[in-house]
Design a protein around this ligand. Structure first.
Ligand SMILES: [Zn+2]
Length: 130
């Protein structure tokens, strides 16, 4: 081994030991919501995109209910990976050309989220807090 490779290996192992052994490791993992809540947010993102396309085709009007998006804008209404059912249709509401769609119920306590979160509001974007 050349001295350069030995130095590189030493640095990589040193950084790994410092990062993996550090006391803030657990809090570093906690910054992002869990994979289930992220998958639910991904569903909300897909719904938001479909709602945007619907609004573009209908002069800015929102659909009365989410099933109006199927099949032209969305193959099917997604199911929350935690609740294992469509929590978005009961969590959909419109107001003067704006809409909010949320995961209805307390389905993401594991990620530290309150009831009816995550949510997506057309005026403000994603909501995780109360
Ligand atoms: Zn959900």
């Amino acid at each position: 081994m050349t001295s350069r490779i030995r130095l590189a290996v030493f640095i990589v192992i040193g950084v790994a030991v410092i990062v993996l052994g550090s006391p803030w490791r657990t809090s570093w993992y906690r910054i992002t919501p869990g994979p289930v809540a992220r998958a639910c947010e991904s569903n909300l993102g897909a719904l938001a995109l479909a709602l945007k396309k619907y609004q573009d085709d209908h002069g800015g009007a929102c659909p009365v209910a989410l099933p109006a998006l199927v099949p032209q804008y969305l193959q099917q209404i997604p199911t929350c990976p935690s609740a294992q059912r469509d929590t978005y249709s009961p969590g959909y509401a419109t107001d003067a050309g704006a809409y909010t769609v949320l995961c209805r119920g307390h389905n993401h306590g594991e990620a530290g989220l309150p009831a009816d979160r995550p949510a997506y509001a057309s005026r403000t974007g994603f909501l995780r807090g109360p």
